[in-house]
Design a protein. Structure first.
Length: 410
């Protein structure tokens, strides 16, 4: 069965309430009852059965016409419009590199780059689908994206990118920032963090200092928005979504941030959301990778709360092991055994990853590693030393990060 034919099984914690489609069906059934045409009961038997069993639900943001069109397309033409199944990617064997938007906008240039990466053993690219500014970098059909004007000029054709990468045997992973979103929260105020119990948006700093609003991790509207974008990426051929920014806000005046009346702890709210997202993507042929700083995974940052991200019910973790991140803020205790963390990237990576593995049990790790640019002296050697540090910890998968996408791997 083609990917486009798979139905979305909405998890009750993310997709609750009465759907738009159920309203359409209610109107149809009312017409049937008034008309008294018994034969139509046979025609509508199957969709009504699906509706009553809870296997046909759609987001509330869809209009009746779009809901009907989606059902028709699932039966007829969607398989011709959507990309083929993505390349099968064994996450623990991922050898990936990050590519910025500028590397994706020219298809001829991208095709050449993908060919070079494939020849060097790369089997995956990591791209930004929604960044930490709330901008959507691919051409999205999501109504909320249009409502908040989140899609940037020059947004790329995601299905085209995954198809082009697939020709080279390369999978695509889309990175989505979750609640760190000052754009959507500014427009969809009902989904934003507020100043205590008021309707005023909470900002992480003074407005004159560039303070920004955040999405409320408790908000079902915020959660649905992230879930819908993630599903859209999978339907456009991405093998997985790397979910970043799963946190409560950081910044100033945190004691004044209001989230409404809640019965869950912050740790439980984040944990439930990650679990729901993991189940949702698996049910639709994709995978979830949870990403954060190593410190947040170990519970050393305020935004991670209590035990940290390692306790979330998701199998694959992407800790940020770039040296600039490891030596900033609260340092993992394992770095105390490294004489010069700033000058010993491989030793630092091995020490922190060993600490993470000891605390995580059987989790799969795909660390984010710093890759020097191709103009850096001994760039390839620095990369190989970090990869060997991973292998010493029993980890073979990774993402290399270089902001401009310039890599010298050998």
């Amino acid at each position: 069965m083609a990917r486009g034919q798979k139905k979305i099984k909405r998890h009750q914690r993310i997709y609750g309430g009465r759907s738009t489609f159920s309203k359409v069906m209610g109107l149809v059934l009312a017409v049937i009852g008034l008309a008294g045409v018994a034969c139509l009961g046979w025609v509508l038997y199957e969709p009504v059965s699906h509706f009553l069993s809870g296997t046909m639900q759609l987001p509330e943001e869809q209009t009746p016409s779009s809901a009907i069109e989606e059902e028709i397309s699932q039966q007829d033409s969607v398989s011709q419009q959507l990309p083929e199944e993505p390349q099968t990617l064994s996450l623990d064997q991922t050898r990936g590199v990050y590519l910025p938007l500028s590397a994706l906008q020219d298809s001829a240039q991208l095709d050449q780059m993908l060919a070079q990466l494939s020849q060097q053993g790369i089997n995956c690219i990591l791209i930004d689908a929604k960044n930490d500014q709330g901008q959507v970098l691919y051409q999205s059909a999501n109504q909320t994206v249009a409502e908040v004007a989140a899609q940037i000029p020059g947004a790329v054709d995601l299905a085209g990118i995954t198809a082009l990468a697939g020709e080279k045997g390369i999978s695509v992973v889309a990175r989505i920032y979750a609640f760190q979103d000052p754009l959507c929260s500014l427009v969809l105020k009902k989904a934003a963090v507020k100043y205590q119990d008021t309707e005023m948006l909470w900002l992480d700093d003074a407005k004159e200092n560039g303070g920004k609003s955040w999405l409320n991790p408790y908000s079902e509207v915020a959660q649905m928005y992230i879930a819908d974008l993630s599903l859209e990426c999978i339907r456009n051929g991405c093998a997985a979504v790397l979910l970043d920014g799963v946190q409560f806000p950081t910044g100033y005046s945190l004691d004044l941030a209001g989230y409404g009346a809640q019965t869950k702890s912050r740790q439980q709210a984040l944990s439930d959301f990650v679990q729901d997202m993991d189940e949702l993507l698996q049910e639709n042929g994709g995978a979830l990778i949870y990403a954060s700083s190593a410190q947040a995974m170990l519970g050393l940052e305020a935004s991670s709360y209590e035990s940290g991200g390692l306790q979330y019910a998701v199998q694959t973790m992407c800790p940020d092991l770039r040296l600039t991140q490891l030596v900033s803020g609260s340092r993992p205790s394992s770095l105390a055994d490294v004489a010069d963390p700033a000058g010993q990237p491989a030793e630092s990576v091995q020490a922190v990853l060993s600490e993470l593995k000891q605390a995580a049990g059987d989790k799969t790790f795909l660390p984010l590693l710093q890759a020097p640019g191709d103009a850096a002296e001994d760039a390839a050697l620095q990369i190989q030393e970090q990869i060997r540090a991973l292998e010493a910890c029993g980890v073979s998968g990774y993402f290399l990060y270089q902001a401009e996408g310039n890599y010298l791997l050998s």
